[in-house]
Design a protein around this ligand. Structure first.
Ligand code: MF3
Ligand code: CO
Length: 250
């Protein structure tokens, strides 16, 4: 069942979302190529979120997620655990942040270039970001989730890339993960109808090569099966009678 939020609840999610967006911006600005580690960024995120009166949504998730953020470099698709890895020129780095405040979560991710990156990497970032934006545009009252999903898939595949199937976008609110599932593939007629007050995370994960993924023995880190690049962009979106509203913005 999709839990529809009242305006007062969406206002709370807007505040959580503002903190998420601010955290992403400050982390991206803090990267010193060849020096900053993913663990440095995670520590900074914890400090920013806490100072803003929030709690990192991911810390302790599923009982054991050990960090405040997920930071996924190059062939890491999602759920990279921050640690001693140094961010080097040419890397692409997906920073995924969730914030819980006043009873509500917001969740967003962005893949940033570290210094100068190769043209193929830049194109992957452009296509993945545009797939997210085209999907968001379909998140309107009366539309089925499948319209979002199929729009993302069509745009990605038309550009020669593949969408990851095993990991999905999701509803969000009092819980980080709520109904409905928001796949990045499918057909327009599939899935539930979106109503005003639905709040969803749309988050395409796009691979340069095969769609196949492998989870590493740490139980979290998901990598591409062929070692090629992957990118990920995510926003929390409210479906309103005035159209989709981005909640994870400053
Ligand atoms: N953006 C991801 C999601 O919505 C991040 C989850 S990280 C986890 O599922 F640690 F919370 F699993
Ligand atoms: Co998410």
């Amino acid at each position: 069942m999709i839990l529809l939020k009242k305006d007062s609840e969406i206002a709370k999610m807007r505040e959580s979302g503002r903190i998420v967006a601010r955290t992403l911006r400050l982390l991206s600005e803090a990267i010193v190529p060849g020096k900053t580690t993913t663990g440095d960024l995670d520590a900074l995120a914890h400090r920013i979120i806490t100072e803003e009166g929030g709690v990192p949504s991911f810390l302790g998730y599923r009982g054991d997620y050990p960090a405040s953020t997920c930071i996924s470099v190059n062939e890491v698709v999602i759920h990279g655990i921050p640690g001693p890895r140094v961010l080097n020129p040419g890397d692409i780095v997906d920073i995924d942040v969730g914030v819980y405040k006043d009873g509500f979560h917001a969740d967003s991710a962005w893949t940033y270039p570290v210094d100068t990156i190769a043209p193929n990497a830049q194109r992957l970032l452009n296509v993945t970001r545009e797939a997210l934006m085209q999907g968001i545009a379909k998140a309107r009252v009366g539309a089925r989730v499948g319209e979002v999903s199929s729009t993302i898939q069509r745009y990605v595949e038309r550009n020669g890339y593949s969408v990851v199937r095993e990991l999905l976008g999701h509803g969000i609110g009092r819980d980080l993960h709520e109904a409905p599932n928001v796949p990045n593939y499918g057909r327009p007629g599939q899935g539930p109808v979106l109503k005003a007050g639905a709040t969803i995370c749309i988050e395409p994960m796009v691979n340069e090569g095969t769609a196949k993924i492998v989870t590493l023995p740490d139980g979290w880190t998901v990598v591409t099966a062929d070692g090629k690049l992957s990118a990920h962009f995510e926003h929390t979106v409210a479906v309103t009678s005035d159209g989709p509203e981005l909640l994870t913005v400053e």
